[in-house]
Ligand binder design. Structure first.
Ligand code: ZN
Length: 427
């Protein structure tokens, strides 16, 4: 059985995922939790205070950065970034979203990132994200279960179990009601849940999310399944670590959680990891500590980034897809991700440091490397390293069903990631 603290961590993650159906909700939920823990919300358009001994959080669209400045901070203080991302693959609402035919109301959606499209079939889905009103006000909105992508019956496609083919346009438009499109209004439906008048909406960024809550299950409560574990499991671990570390913080470096949007679509946006958000925030912290350019470079040269994202646990039905020797097990601890072609930013120096933080936290560590014939994806790690020159190490938790509407993790790994993140923050 996982320890009570690990089970409580998984239940807390289920709450966090339910509160974070879109990247905008995730950023707002991070800010809400940290504000409750004593952090002060800063706005990018306002002046920032001098910061030694302060705890702050700033939101930029679907991204959020939070940090603790030690009371002992000087012009030489380095930063320890724990990076993650707030978006997940799925579907985004198109313009003129109220569609339908044959008495069905449907939603016009566009594929976002690289979802396993079949995994989105036959689930109740929410719509969630941001509405922008005529006066520029931004309102978060999230429906309950509203949509569903019904799979074609086996009787009408006898080949479905051999070669399921899904057209990304014609087969992915979910149903959300019955009636004629002329008298229906999907945006009105969403506006009602947010308590705003639909005629005030001038823009929106809305995505689909699995409506079912995350759950602990399996023999000895080993498993945790939920939507958006990629990468909310890391975001949540970072929040929990920062909450714990902030109580009587005694780290020597600035402890920072940086959560970016748009990782699943390449990160090259103003709230993505290739954008300027992190460097903007670090520079403003440096200025608040009276650092000149030389001091900033000295501080960055001693700084770290731990980039946390999910990785592949070994799959019992497809062992040939993995490296024959390095085979991460669910429940055997967070993974250090290594790739010679720098799809991950980990190097020998980073590996040694990571093993040290794991040892300090008293947790088991394992490694991930690809089978040479099955190249891996990438993360925000190499982007952050290349942009800021900060030494970066790529880590995460092992999962199965990556990019499914509902992914599978190990309960003890989730808690262990939060513990090593806290050990890393306090040095
Ligand atoms: Zn990810």
């Amino acid at each position: 059985m996982p320890a009570p603290a690990a089970l409580a961590h998984a239940e807390d993650l289920a709450d966090f995922v339910a509160a974070s159906p879109s990247s905008f909700h995730a950023a707002a939920e991070v800010a809400r939790r940290l504000t409750d823990a004593g952090f002060t919300t800063l706005r990018e358009g306002e002046e920032w205070p001098a910061q030694p001994g302060g705890r702050f959080v700033v939101v930029r669209d679907g991204a959020v950065i939070a940090w603790i400045v030690p009371g002992s901070a000087t012009r030489a203080t380095a930063v320890r970034v724990f990076g993650a991302h707030s978006d997940s693959p799925g579907f985004a609402l198109k313009p003129k979203p109220t569609t339908g035919r044959l008495g069905w109301l449907q939603a016009g959606v566009e594929v976002y990132g690289g979802p396993l499209v079949n995994s989105w079939l036959d689930r109740e889905l929410r719509l969630a994200g941001r509405l922008v009103l005529e006066d520029g006000t931004q309102v978060l909105a999230a429906t309950g279960p509203l949509l569903r992508l019904p799979q074609l019956a086996i009787h009408l496609d006898r080949s479905a179990n051999d070669a399921l083919t899904l057209d990304k346009q014609s087969h992915t438009q979910p149903v959300w009601g019955l009636g004629e499109t002329e008298s229906a209004d999907l945006l009105g439906e969403i506006a009602r849940t947010a308590g705003v008048d639909a005629s005030r909406i001038r823009g929106y960024d809305l995505v689909t999310a699995d409506a079912a809550r995350g759950v602990v299950f399996g023999a000895d409560d080993a498993f945790f399944a939920a939507g958006r574990l990629d990468d909310l499991a890391s975001v949540h671990a970072g929040v929990v670590a920062l909450e714990h570390a902030s109580d009587g913080f005694d780290g020597a470096d600035i402890a920072m959680l940086a959560v970016f949007d748009h990782e699943e679509v390449g990160s090259a946006t103003r709230s993505g990891a290739s954008g300027p958000f992190l460097s903007d925030v670090i520079e403003r912290i440096h200025l608040s500590l009276d650092m000149d350019r030389d001091a900033q470079h000295r501080a960055l040269s001693r700084s770290w980034c731990v980039s946390s994202d999910v990785g592949h646990a070994v799959h019992p039905n497809y062992p040939e897809k993995h490296d024959p020797v390095v085979q991460p097990r669910l429940g055997s601890g967070p993974i250090l991700k290594i790739n010679a072609n720098q799809r991950y930013a980990t190097d020998g120096v980073g590996a040694a440091a990571w093993h040290g933080w794991c040892a300090a936290a008293g947790i088991a560590a394992q490694e991930f490397v690809s089978n040479n014939a099955v190249p891996c994806g990438s993360t925000i790690g190499p982007l952050t390293a290349a942009r800021l020159g900060i030494r970066t190490v790529d880590v995460g938790i092992p999962i199965l069903s990556m990019h499914s509407a509902r992914e599978l993790a190990g309960v003890t790994d989730l808690h262990a990631l939060a513990r090593v993140a806290e050990a890393y923050f306090v040095g």
